[in-house]
Ligand binder design. Structure first.
Ligand code: GDG
Length: 728
């Protein structure tokens, strides 16, 4: 079994120092507790911050802490208070957290916090690099460490890296507000597998990578820096059995009895959250107030226990929220309460597990109405704790949990009326309905518990590296590379068929900037001097190609083979080619240029090309469909073809293509070595006419008729360079 390195901001163990003595306790929170049993069952190391500032520890403390942590398979990343301030309270909790939860009005954008965020991510990288062994799986958690996958990838190109985001991924409209948006995306794309709680978050993420980085996605996969990155949904579960069996724990049973005794025969409504503005506590209290106003018969017949778990209290917006909820609780209790009854009992503290479990088991209704929540585990825990009793869950539609928990009463958390009506409905729901709803929910939660969630993620991550390995194995291995070179050296009639853009030179935003460079010219010259025939097959016009290859004496096929120029001869074309259609087609293309900012027209002698590389990808993909539709109708009875290229739609004479062009040169001689390379859809035409022993090379990791995929044009360059005659 491969070793697993779990990386999260906090370790599952918290270190504290009181009266000069170190104390160790279990960290609270879903991830730490949930993965507890999972990580003990694996050969695991957990890397994270132990919760105490570096400067508070003496040397003796450090050594004691290290011993304790290493016994618990934990590796500390030590942070100074200034780092905690800027990285954790600052960038993580004042920038990413509010933005990703759709609170742009309270987001701060501070360069200094960003610097700290980047630096702390580097500290995490260094800690990982220190213990990493080949074959380890690395699983990084959450928004504090979004740069980490790429930072590790830069140092360990072959590592298996997974990332899971526990909070929502916001829509492009929100995400684009971040000045560091590209860096964060690129950071995440260092991973092989990126997990989210829901499809909606994946959709937002892929939309952002597409619009901000120009990366297309197919089946939730993108290719970035020559690597395949997969995104998938893993809705986080809970320790189902632990919550389902709460009633059999005597300690919890006593607490349940105690709670019920204090509440009497009143119905108990439970609300549990970290005190966080995303959790919708203010709206929930307003709804409860409205419910009491509208339903006087329930006065003294219900009680709400409002658990507010202190959280991030050093951040201003959290302090303000505390003041606000205190004021509301006082007002509601003052307005509706009687001498013997307070409508709200407020607990502002973190509760031990058995008290929380007892509250779940004892309450009749749970109201969980966040304004946004990545998942929300409390909702799941409540349902599990109702294993053998009744209860009703009211759940916000803006939580990830709502996607899987349709049998709850689903409400819009911004609608006070909705929540108030749901409270009434829940309190009056008949037993049968309650049980039917609960059973369905429980079945699902039991099946997909936290262990299954973690195993699924790890299995997929392991599988990803296998998929990637296969890619490399079936394709361009070192062996193939060496074979090409040795066969080349042992042949005498050698032919190279090479595409230009994306194959010999990289793409540029403007086609005229993609000019040939000295390095490739020198390599091709030396190959040519060695007696090898070189043909360039490009969609470019003949003047451009002639200019680029003026120092070489190669065969040039321009406009996908509409024109050909053999060495030492003139350009010629097929006599039946026509271009009198261009005046009819040009206005349509112009119309679509006006309607698609960034698109532009390239006019060649026998074709017209509509480029959309610089247009908004979403809009462009829509326009491409519309444009092709319009063109097909117009060109139906002309001898013209519409061809898809790399971010370009081209209209040309039918029958012209790189395959047709290649045949002309293939038949000229009996070649004993042929190598063909291209990156584009138009090169597929070429690959399909080649003899089977040709080394056909597709640049990029896309499906192709070529025999081998090369990661990038640079790999081809180094191969061509190695084909040069060796210096004696
Ligand atoms: C983030 C995302 C996502 C709470 N109070 C006490 C206590 N808890 C435990 C609960 C639960 C966990 O903490 C809270 O998890 P949530 O999911 O409800 O919310 P966040 O803390 O905001 O978590 C969230 C989650 O990550 C996982 O991906 O679902 O959307 O925001 O397990 O039981 N535990 C104890 N005492 C408390 O007072 N013992």
């Amino acid at each position: 079994m491969r070793r697993l390195l779990i990386v999260s901001n906090r370790l599952p163990v918290t270190v504290d120092k009181k009266k000069q003595r170190l104390q160790f306790s279990k960290s609270s929170g879903g991830l730490a507790t949930g993965l507890d049993s999972f990580y003990r069952s694996y050969d695991c190391r957990w890397i994270g911050w132990p919760g105490i500032a570096k400067e508070k520890l003496t040397e003796a403390d450090n050594s004691k802490m290290s011993d304790y942590l290493s016994q618990n398979q934990c590796v500390p990343v030590m942070l100074q208070s200034s780092e905690v301030d800027h990285f954790y309270q600052g960038f993580s909790n004042k920038t990413i957290w509010p933005l990703f939860h759709y609170f742009p009005q309270i987001v701060t954008y501070e360069q200094i916090s960003w610097k700290y965020y980047s630096n702390v991510n580097r500290l995490f990288r260094d800690a990982i690099l220190k213990i990493y062994k080949t074959g380890d799986l690395i699983w990084i958690h959450d928004y504090h460490l979004m740069l980490l996958p790429e930072l590790i990838r830069d140092q360990l190109p072959d590592a298996s890296i997974g990332f899971f985001l526990h909070i929502p991924f916001p829509s492009m409209e929100l995400f684009r507000l971040l000045p560091w948006r590209k860096e964060l995306l690129s950071g995440l794309l260092g991973a092989d597998l990126i997990g989210f709680h829901t499809y909606e978050y994946i959709r937002h993420f892929l939309d952002c990578t597409r619009r901000l980085l120009g990366l297309e996605h197919i089946f939730n996969r993108v290719i970035h820096k020559c690597r395949l990155i997969h995104s998938d949904v893993f809705p986080m579960g809970i320790e189902y059995d632990r919550f389902a069996s709460v009633k059999s724990d005597p300690k919890i049973k006593i607490e349940i009895d105690e709670i019920r005794k204090n509440i009497g025969d009143r119905k108990l409504i439970l609300s549990v959250d970290r005190l966080d503005y995303t959790k919708g506590i203010v709206q929930r209290l307003e709804a409860y107030d409205m419910f009491l106003d509208a339903n006087p018969v329930f006065r003294e017949k219900v009680a709400m226990i409002l658990v507010e778990v202190p959280s991030r209290s050093a951040v201003d917006s959290y302090q303000l929220l505390k003041v606000k909820t205190d004021e509301m609780i006082g007002r509601i209790n003052g307005k509706h309460g009687t001498l013997g009854w307070a409508p709200i009992l407020n607990l502002y503290r973190s509760l031990p597990f058995h008290t929380l479990a007892a509250l779940y088991a004892a309450s009749d209704v749970a109201v969980i109405t966040p304004l946004r929540d990545g998942m929300n585990l409390v909702a799941k825990e409540y349902v599990a704790a109702k294993h053998d009793s009744e209860g009703v869950l009211i759940l916000s539609e803006l939580t990830g949990a709502a996607r899987e928990m349709g049998e709850a009463i689903i409400v819009n958390p911004n609608s006070i009326d909705d929540i108030a009506a749901a409270i009434k409905y829940a309190l009056t729901m008949d037993k049968e309905e309650k049980i039917t709803r609960l059973k369905k929910l429980q079945l699902r939660l039991r099946r997909y518990d936290i262990n299954k969630w973690a195993h699924d993620f790890i299995t997929k991550l392991t599988h990803m590296s296998e998929v990637y390995d296969q890619y490399k194995l079936n394709n361009f291995t070192d062996n193939v590379y060496d074979n090409i070179i040795s066969r080349y050296r042992n042949s005498s009639e050698r032919l190279l068929l090479l595409d230009y853009d994306g194959t010999l030179v990289p793409f540029q935003n403007k086609p005229e900037l993609a000019v040939i460079d000295n390095e490739i010219t020198r390599i091709l010259l030396s190959i040519q001097h060695n007696g090898t025939t070189i043909a360039i097959l490009s969609g470019r016009d003949r003047h451009f190609l002639e200019q680029q290859f003026r120092e070489l004496n190669v065969t040039l096929f321009a406009e996908h083979g509409a024109w050909v120029k053999y060495p030492d001869s003139q350009w010629h074309t097929f006599t039946n080619l026509r271009n009198d259609w261009k005046d009819d087609v040009r206005p349509i293309l112009d119309l679509y240029i006006d309607r698609t900012p960034g698109a532009f027209l390239e006019e060649k002698e026998y074709s017209l090309a509509w480029h959309y590389r610089n247009a908004d990808p979403e809009l462009a993909s829509l326009r491409v469909l519309e444009l092709k539709d319009a063109l097909f109708q117009m060109l139906s009875n002309r001898n013209l073809a519409v061809m898809d290229g790399n971010k370009v739609v081209e209209i040309k004479n039918a029958g012209i293509g790189k395959g047709h062009a290649a045949k002309a040169i293939l038949s000229k001689r009996k070649w004993d070595f042929i190598l063909a390379a291209g990156d584009d859809i138009t090169d597929e035409d070429l690959f399909s006419v080649l003899p089977s022993d040709t080394y056909s090379l597709k640049i990029g990791l896309r499906p192709s008729k070529a025999r081998f995929n090369l990661k990038s044009y640079q790999v081809l360059r180094s191969l061509l360079s190695d084909l040069q005659p060796r210096a004696i």
